[in-house]
Structures are given as C-alpha cells and as structure tokens.
Unconditional design. Structure first.
Length: 193
C-alpha cells in the first residue's frame, strides 16, 4: 500500500474536531492519511493540549509565511482546517490548491462567508426560522467558506432551539462527518499522486 498522505490540521481554539480526527486515526479509521502536525494560529489554546495528548507535533504560526514554511518543512500533502479562524493567504491556497479542506457548521452555500463563524452562524439560522441546518465539508479556495462542497450532514432545527442547542446538535455530526471525509479524500489523493 502507498504511504498515507501527510496531514496537517490547522486550529485556533477548542479543537473538538481535531480530537475526533485523532480518535479516528487511533482507531484505524484513517488509513490513507496520517495527521503528523497540528498548527495553531494562537498560543495557549485547548486544541494544542489535545494534540499533545495524542503525541502529535504542534506549532504556533501567527503569520501566513510561517504557516507555509511549517507545512513545507513537514512535507505536508493535505491540510485540514478545523476551527481555524484566519483567512489563508493566496500563497498558501496556491501551494496546496485542491488539497485544503474545511468544515463549516451550516449548509453551505448558505450561512457562510466572512463573519459567519461560531455562534454567529447558529444565531442567524435560528433567527431566519430555518427548519434545517447541518455541517459542510468543502475544498478551500481564496474566499471564506466558498470552494466546492464535498459532503454535508443535515440536522433539523427544533422549535425552541437556541444557537447553543443547535450548535451542539451539529457538532456531534461534524465529529462523525469530518474524519470520514478526510479518509475518503486522502484515498483519492493517494491514488492521484
Ligand atoms: C466547528 O463548529 C467548525 O465547524 C467550525 O469551527 C468549529 C470548531 O470547533 N469551523 P472545534 O474547535 O473543532 O471544537
């Protein structure tokens, strides 16, 4: 079998999606890719602690130049954004064109774009009276939450839902969806390289 794709997960905060990916790796559900590096845009975040718990190398890169250097130095092939709040520079997107994934807690192309992150997304969905929301995994391009969607899970919006209750229902689905999609994506990349 060819070598698994070398994955970097980019984070800025809590890292529950990171943990779901690392759990999948530990359980052997991620075989065509391997997370070898976790890069945070900020020091001191919980995601970095989670990475260390799984013995994964970590870096903090505030500037996009440092991020790109860290990715290149570690010979990263696939980049997964998991709660990464910075806008990737055009250089990073160009260097990894078609090889960067993101997870977003809504049914893109709706409720995405600059400023649509975290509780803002769920507040907007509840306020609009939507009957459904969910999560989307998409390929990253130069614009926020914009590249092609490759997988979605839908969840109902219940009467009486708040942004918090809706976020929690969606997060459970994110944790199931993202590791699966990463495995499928890496499988394609392994065959493509
Ligand atoms: C998730 O809702 C994800 O969809 C969004 O940011 C949140 C990150 O949560 N991009 P966590 O850091 O993985 O817990």
């Amino acid at each position: 079998m060819p070598d698994p794709q070398r994955i970097a997960v980019l984070v800025s905060g809590g890292g529950s999606n990171l943990e779901a990916i690392l759990e999948a790796q530990k359980a052997g559900r991620l075989s065509h890719g391997r997370v070898v590096l976790v890069i945070s845009s900020r020091a001191g975040v919980k995601a970095l602690e989670r990475a260390k718990k799984f013995d994964i190398e970590t870096r903090v890169a505030e500037k996009q130049e440092d991020l790109l250097k860290a990715l290149r130095d570690a010979r990263i092939q696939v980049v997964c954004l998991a709660g990464y709040l910075k806008h990737l520079s055009n250089e990073v997107v160009a260097a990894y064109r078609g090889r960067i994934l993101n997870i977003h807690p809504a049914l893109l192309p709706q409720y995405g774009g600059a400023g649509m992150y975290g509780h803002f997304v769920h507040e907007a969905v509840v306020k609009a009276g939507e009957k459904e929301s969910g999560c989307s995994v998409h390929v990253v391009d130069e614009e926020f939450d914009h590249g092609p969607v490759i997988a979605q899970t839908r969840v109902p919006v219940m009467p009486g839902d708040t942004a918090e209750t809706l976020a929690a229902r969606i997060l459970v689905e994110e944790h199931k969806l993202y590791p699966k999609v990463i495995e499928e994506f890496c499988k394609k990349m392994v065959n493509h390289d």
